[in-house]
Ligand binder design. Structure first.
Ligand code: NFS
Length: 662
């Protein structure tokens, strides 16, 4: 039996450590303790278990061994990766489909509680999808936009439209390689077909289908999910909020929204402001109704509405363990089944809401967008009903302030203003070496490693090295909890060049760009940087790296794959699901580099992740013939220099500025 880790070994988050101690005291299990008591299957974790038919499962562990059908190690490892990518793409893209149907219902008036909050984003999207705008009402445009978005899922031939937003050079690469997605659902089905017993058995060919499927997500389903969410709920711009378990309140009804889609959570937010419900909460002895998020639902409502975040993936059980949560309302994805048995020790009610997700033992209150606000009100009322049943609470007094909401539209605006919105200042800062490069630090928590520790180590090191960090998903919540999403973190951690840029532009050195479907915002930023000039003309030219250091979900593999196929160098930490095959690892590394200019690697050691990332950034800088990164060149201008000068007596200041008098 493996050794159980201490709370401090399980999480680097002081709030988590506090609650984990309490869980131990009361003998309540969590993902951390379950991970400790069960080693991962060594055959499956290396990608060597084939379950694609029922002559097996085959465990291919000896040299030269094959499955019963003769499938080789390479075929099995590639097929397993491809299937995971198809599942991850499905989850993200199906979310996009639901958003498109909500937009349609909002446009036709069938879902009266939803409005088009950002018509400008709608016009941009309409333009991209070829929908006429002139002389038409917002609803007419939205209805056509929704129809075309919906058609992208079932399209059988041609190209997914959003692919046309990629840099021209990139599109050419994809077309020549035959990996441009035809329709979102079609690519998923094809991966499932090809990986069925007795189908595609050439690992490189299998991976091409996986790439096409991932691109259908990144430049299709996910991209539409982000765009349509912005149309319906507003494009994010910076706002202030808080993160960590300390956002839960001792004297208010605490409702947690957990999962991924903003459709229901936005309505719950609206319902918590309903005076009648607030009054009802007060009648039950509460001072008010407090809403907080977990996982990507948290990111969706945080970046748009400033709803506080109770934490990332591994905080879902910890929130219930505080004893202060009246209802945990979940929709889809990343919801642990363990929530229900855990909640039975408390007054917490786990409420499932999606047509797609039921959990035995949970209360099911099915959400229907046609009666959205009504259902949201019923859910909030139900949570209030639970308040008088609340027992003792243990809410850690730990939370951090944060600034979130950096959509690519806002970054564009921040850098250039309304009239001259542009990525030119960012490109210039990279070209000059003030900013060494850009890292996208994204992805999950994984209880096999210390929660948030790798995120924190890497982000702080990148800042010291003048690397601008953009984030989404649970990685962004990790940084939020660590106080890294604040302008002050630039002063504390950033190297001199990055600090100057952050001070000049007025932004933190770590930018929270949203949920995991919003990784497509990062694709857009990279595309705009490539088209701005000065940093090459394709995503693969830019000194940028994508990381998912604590990943665990299939969605993370889909994201990594579309990013690599879009030209990015991507490193994933924690575990290597391709360990069983050197050949498949070579295919996604050198193989993809040759094909796409990007590549995917699995690197377990955080220090090694750091070194490889910086080496890639410097290599890209050299290829662009940019000056070598030199931290000592910066930091002697701007505010810092002025403050130094102010300290000096008049004569010395004059001398420092203009030299000694002759
Ligand atoms: Ni992303 Fe969001 Fe978190 Fe991982 Fe799950 S919440 S979509 S999969 S765990 S980052």
């Amino acid at each position: 039996m493996p050794k159980a880790r201490t709370p401090e070994e399980r999480s680097s988050d002081p709030a988590a450590v506090e609650v984990l101690k309490y869980a131990e005291e009361f003998g309540l299990g969590t993902a951390f303790s379950r991970a400790d008591s069960m080693q991962p299957c060594p055959i499956g974790s290396d990608g060597l278990c084939c379950k694609n038919c029922f002559m097996g499962p085959c465990r291919v562990v000896k040299d030269g061994q094959t499955g019963v059908c003769g499938a080789t190690v390479e075929t099995i490892v590639a097929r397993n990766l491809a299937r995971a990518i198809a599942a991850g793409s499905s989850a993200h893209s199906d979310h996009g489909r639901d958003m498109a149907f909500t937009l349609k219902a909002a446009a036709t008036g069938e879902a009266a509680d939803y409005k088009i909050r950002d018509p400008y984003k709608l016009f941009t999207l309409a333009d991209n999808l070829g929908v006429a705008v002139e002389g038409r009402s917002v609803e007419e445009i939205a209805s056509d936009v929704a129809d075309i978005a919906i058609s992208q899922f079932g399209q059988q031939t041609g190209e997914v439209i959003c692919v046309g937003r990629a840099p021209a050079k990139r599109q050419k690469i994809w077309r020549e390689l035959g990996v441009v997605p035809r329709g979102i659902d079609r690519e998923v089905v094809e991966v499932l077909h090809r990986t069925h017993i007795g189908d595609d058995q050439d690992p490189d060919h299998i991976l091409d289908a996986a790439v096409r499927c991932a691109l259908a997500d990144g430049w299709g389903g996910s991209m539409l999910a982000s765009d349509i969410s912005d149309v319906l709920f507003g494009t994010p711009s910076p706002l202030v909020s808080q993160a960590n378990l300390g956002v839960l309140k001792d004297d208010e009804v605490n409702i947690i929204i957990h999962g991924h889609e903003p459709t229901l959570s936005e309505m719950i937010l609206a319902a918590t402001g309903d005076p009648e419900l607030i009054e009802y909460a007060e009648s039950q002895g509460a001072k008010g109704i407090n809403l907080a998020g977990i996982c990507c639902t948290s990111n969706e409502t945080l970046v748009r509405q400033g709803v506080a975040s109770a934490g990332n993936f591994l905080h879902q059980e910890l929130a219930i363990l505080t004893g202060s949560v009246e209802a945990m309302v979940v929709d889809v994805q990343c919801i642990m089944q363990a929530l229900v048995p855990l909640s039975e020790n408390f007054h917490t009610e786990v409420i499932t809401t999606s047509k797609k997700v039921k959990i035995s033992g949970a209360t099911h209150m099915e959400f229907d967008e046609h009666h959205a606000l009504d259902i949201a009100r019923q859910i909030v009322r139900r949570a209030i009903d639970n308040f008088p049943k609340r027992g003792e609470t243990h809410i850690p007094d730990v939370s951090s302030d944060l600034v979130a909401g950096f959509s690519h539209e806002y970054i564009n605006y921040a850098l250039g203003g309304v009239m001259r919105g542009s990525f030119r200042p960012l490109n210039d800062a990279i070209a000059a070496g003030r900013i060494r490069g850009v890292v996208a630090n994204v992805g999950c928590n994984n209880p096999r490693v210390t929660q948030d520790a790798t995120h924190q180590y890497l982000v702080e090191e990148f800042l010291k090295n003048d690397v601008l960090v953009v984030e989404t998903g649970c990685g962004a919540i990790a940084s939020a909890k660590q106080g890294l999403l604040l302008g002050e973190s630039a002063l504390e951690y950033a190297g001199p060049g990055l600090r100057e840029v952050c001070e000049a532009v007025g932004m933190p050195p770590v930018l929270h760009m949203g949920s995991c479907v919003d990784n497509t915002r990062i694709l857009t930023v990279l595309t705009q940087m490539a088209s701005e000039g000065g940093l090459g003309d394709d995503i693969s030219d830019i000194p940028a790296v994508g990381l998912a250091p604590e990943w665990m979900s299939e969605k993370a593999l889909a994201i990594a794959t579309y990013a690599a196929a879009s030209g990015a160098y991507v490193i994933m930490g924690t575990t290597n699901p391709l360990k069983g095959s050197e050949e498949v690892q070579r295919l996604i590394n050198e193989g993809w580099r040759e094909k796409f200019g990007g590549r995917l690697e699995f690197v377990i050691d955080p220090e090694e992740i750091l070194q490889r990332t910086l080496a890639h950034i410097d290599e890209r800088r050299a290829a662009l013939k940019l000056p070598e990164y030199d931290a000592s060149k910066w930091g002697e201008s701007g505010d810092k220099r002025m403050l130094q000068l102010i300290e000096l007596p008049f004569e010395e200041r004059q001398a420092a500025l203009y030299g000694e008098p002759a």
